[in-house]
Ligand binder design. Structure first.
Ligand code: GAP
Length: 516
């Protein structure tokens, strides 16, 4: 099965089991907009809680806010989004399809990477244990040829993006024979810039209405409130402000399910530091954020850093944490050193003094900012793609199981009476009533026990607790572990601690703090 097939199955699974539905599906959906179902919303809320608590509980100097989506329009002039939040677009005249020129070029570079990996894999097979991969990469003529081409494209691409050179981008597309995947032709228009912000009007009359934007990032709500929080919270630099909220972008290349959406949710934290200290904190937050991801146990090899070639208009350093999705390594989180760009610009546009007085230095300055910014939906997708498994079982049977980190699973335990009579449902309800204050549990008495196990596997429930006739006399139940399918007999009193040990976020927080 190809990775593409796995991804299609994952999308279908998300719909079938109440994780993600296309928005307004009865009207054939709305491009790149999705709704979260009964299981999806629980997983999403758990992701948000994992992030929020790690930010605000593990760091005494990080507090949260919840700013409005609508902001004064000058905010977006000051932030640079009105003038510079653009994507370079190109149209194919034959297919009438529109593409992002930068994405076409990144896909082209990825093709050379794939060619190199194929050569390496072929050689590894041929030479077996004696294969020296590093030597092969340095000396094989075909690998060197592909690498040279890739480096050449990369150098031209980085230059064109940094210099905002739109004809330069088009020249790469033409010179390397990039064709439209639909028409197969090179009949391209020139590259143009397209602003990604959605706008609407505020006010009741056409004359008095003011053009406002749906925020394309949550960060600006933090910048314009930084002094409110600093003063009312008596915060001392360095300190951080965290926020979770919706953001909106009129994405042109909206594909790969919830990877690139037009309405999505961000979890952002701005950390305000002394000018000159920013690189130290940039390094700290890089490591801390990677440790947060790795603590989930999805596999350390699935993460890598990707330093930016083209820095955003506000940054002096930037890196992405990438995760290995079924369609390759992709950005899940950005960590940016934003300098004093935003605060200085808001100061200029608002005419208000928003400098910080540092009592230790006895001087005022505009703080520098380190930002960590992660998309909830992308995080959701990375977890679902790592968790989705199809397993062949002994006896020819098979199962689909979501091996979700137990702390994030929508349901922690399913309580299952073996039969619907003889007092077993009543006993099962009693257990459910005792556990439900601490864990999200479901009760299920329909179908055979095997079918009920499969249903819980498919939504990633870590524990199934079966109540049988012996339970009524010995006070014990059978607990089945999702990943190993192993079953053990335990007393009802032991259930709480057994579940808690696996699903309590506290354990992950300790792991993170041990790593940084
Ligand atoms: N405040 C900085 C900022 O917004 P970004 O790299 O544009 O930086 C940060 O976005 C994160 O938001 C990304 O790493 C990604 O996880 C998420 N994100 C951005 N655009 C998205 C989209 N169209 N759909 C889903 N998630 C998106």
């Amino acid at each position: 099965m190809t990775q593409e097939d796995v991804f299609k199955k994952l999308v279908a699974h998300c719909k079938e089991y109440g994780f993600v539905f296309p928005s307004s599906e009865i009207y054939d959906g709305l491009g790149a907009v999705y709704d979260y179902g009964q299981n999806g919303v629980e997983l999403k809320n758990n992701i948000k809680r994992y992030w929020w608590d790690s930010m605000t509980m593990l760091h005494e100097n990080v507090v949260g806010i919840d700013a409005a989506i609508f902001m004064h329009p000058t905010t977006w002039k000051a932030s640079g989004h009105v003038d510079a939040f653009n994507d370079p677009l190109i149209d194919n005249r034959d297919s009438k399809k529109r593409y992002r020129a930068d994405v076409l070029i990144e896909d082209l570079m990825a093709k050379y990477d794939e060619k190199i990996e194929k050569e390496v894999q072929k050689a590894a097979k041929r030479f077996g244990d004696s294969f020296d991969e590093a030597m092969f990469r340095q000396t094989n003529p075909r690998v060197l040829e592909h690498q040279a081409k890739r480096d050449e494209i990369h150098a031209r691409y980085a230059k064109a993006m940094n210099e905002n050179d739109l004809p330069g981008l088009k020249a790469i597309i033409m010179d390397y024979d990039v064709v439209d995947p639909i028409s197969g032709t090179k009949n391209w228009t020139d590259v143009r810039q397209f602003n990604l912000m959605f706008s609407t009007e505020m006010g009741s009359t056409a004359d008095g209405a003011m053009k406002i934007y749906l925020r394309p990032e949550t960060a600006q709500g933090i910048f314009v409130n930084y002094l409110n929080v600093q003063k009312t919270g008596r915060m001392k630099i360095p300190f951080g402000i965290a926020q979770i909220g919706k953001a909106f972008r009129n994405e042109i290349v909206a594909r790969q399910f919830i990877f690139r959406m037009r309405e999505f949710e961000q979890m952002e934290m701005q950390f305000f530091v002394r000018p000159g200290d920013e690189m130290k904190w940039f390094a700290y937050w890089k490591e801390h954020r990677l440790a947060w991801h790795k603590a989930l146990g999805l596999g350390d090899h699935k993460y890598r850093f990707h330093d930016h070639d083209k820095l955003a208009h506000y940054a002096n350093a930037a890196t992405d944490i990438e995760f290995e999705m079924p369609f390759g390594f992709k950005e899940v989180e950005g960590i940016h050193s934003r300098t004093d760009f935003d605060l200085s610009s808001h100061e200029k546009y608002s005419g208000k003094n928003i400098k910080y007085f540092d009592p230790e230095l006895n001087q005022s300055y505009t703080p520098y900012v380190i930002e960590t910014s992660i998309g909830v939906d992308r995080m959701f997708l990375s977890i679902m793609s790592a968790a989705y498994c199809e397993e062949q079982l002994e006896g020819g049977d098979s199962r689909v199981v979501l091996k979700l980190p137990p702390v994030l699973a929508p349901v922690k335990a399913a309580i299952l009476p073996l039969v619907k009579k003889d007092g077993l449902p009543e006993k099962a309800r009693e257990i459910m009533d005792a556990l439900k204050f601490d864990f999200r549990c479901v009760y299920d008495e329909k179908d055979s026990i095997g079918k009920r196990y499969r249903r819980q596997d498919a939504v990633g429930t870590p524990f199934c607790i079966t109540v049988d006739h012996d339970t009524l006399t010995d006070g014990c139940v059978t607990i089945r572990h999702r990943d190993t399918m192993q079953q053990e007999r335990v007393s009802i009193e032991a259930l709480h601690d057994l579940i808690d040990q696996e699903v309590n976020m506290k354990n992950l927080f300790k792991k993170i703090m041990g790593q940084v």
